[in-house]
Design a binder for this molecule. Structure first.
Ligand SMILES: [Zn+2]
Length: 288
């Protein structure tokens, strides 16, 4: 069973003008001299006049900057991200300073997952506006707009994380989305965890590994159930692909929202039993 690639196209930021031309006055120095000699032969003008012409043209070119439209507010901005600084500042994000690139090092997060079977936890925000709305819209409408917002935020989050803790953003051996049951995939048309993993795959320049683990049973409703009951329900829901040797490998396990962590724990238990060395759980949000 495979959750095949969604037919949603890849979102890309809108580039409204040419890319930055760097430092044209330096780059064009030698070209300016040789062009000047050739042109002066045809125009009869002195090299110094032509040099002035080029200086003037270069100064004009220096004013051309990258202009993008923010994927969220659609205002133009000159930053390097698909989402503008203003919108980013409005989204409450977890602070990764002094926690060595692992949310489990934060006491308030650690106490939510004291029996975590994964080694490390990464998420962008608590499960609140606007990301909770974007996720719901993506899940139930398949809206490309919200996928664009989410993808931009993931890229920005990874860049920020790499600045704070570069060792925590290294490409794993396998990038594995939490699978959904085939009937649910049939109805929905895509697996949202796969779409999230696709964005991580673009960042790491690696494939999404959709064949490492399969969901062979659907969950029964878990609301109001104890932790022990949830764990029992999840047993036998997943199967590993025995053709893949996972011994000593590193894995990023990708989900959309972490609530109790039961699903990630159950998959992590299987992966560890198969010899996986390190598991990083990556989710967009955490229900606190
Ligand atoms: Zn914006």
């Amino acid at each position: 069973m495979k959750t095949s690639k969604s037919n949603l196209p890849d979102p890309e930021p809108v580039i409204m003008a040419q890319k930055s031309i760097g430092n044209p006055s330096t780059r064009c120095q030698s070209r300016r001299e040789s062009s000047g000699n050739i042109l002066s032969r045809f125009t009869g003008r002195s090299n110094s006049t032509l040099a002035q012409f080029f200086e003037h043209a270069i100064k004009k070119l220096q004013h051309i900057q990258v202009t993008r439209h923010c994927v969220y507010c659609h205002q133009s901005h000159s930053g390097h991200s698909a989402i503008c600084e203003h919108c980013l500042s409005l989204i409450p994000q977890f602070d990764y300073h002094k926690i060595e690139g692992d949310l489990l090092n934060r006491p308030e997060i650690f106490k939510l997952f004291p029996k975590a079977k994964f080694d490390r936890l990464l998420a962008i925000t608590p499960h609140q506006y606007p990301l909770n709305l974007w996720l719901t819209q993506l899940k139930y409408t398949g809206s490309l707009t919200y996928l664009t917002h989410i993808s931009a935020l993931i890229t920005e989050h990874l860049k920020r994380l790499a600045k704070v803790s570069s060792s925590s953003v290294i490409a794993p051996d396998y990038l594995v989305p939490v699978p959904i049951f085939i009937k649910k995939w049939q109805r929905r048309g895509f697996n949202q965890s796969y779409l999230i993993a696709q964005q991580l795959a673009r960042y790491f320049d690696m494939p999404v590994d959709n064949d490492v683990i399969f969901r062979v049973k659907q969950n029964v409703a878990q609301v109001n159930q104890s932790g022990a009951q949830r764990r029992k329900n999840l047993r036998n829901n997943f199967e590993l692909n025995n053709d893949i040797d996972l011994r000593g490998k590193s894995i990023w396990l990708v989900d959309d929202v972490i609530t109790t962590g039961s699903t990630l724990n159950e998959i992590s238990r299987l992966l560890k039993a198969a010899g996986v060395k390190t598991i990083t759980a990556y989710a967009l949000t955490i229900s606190l």
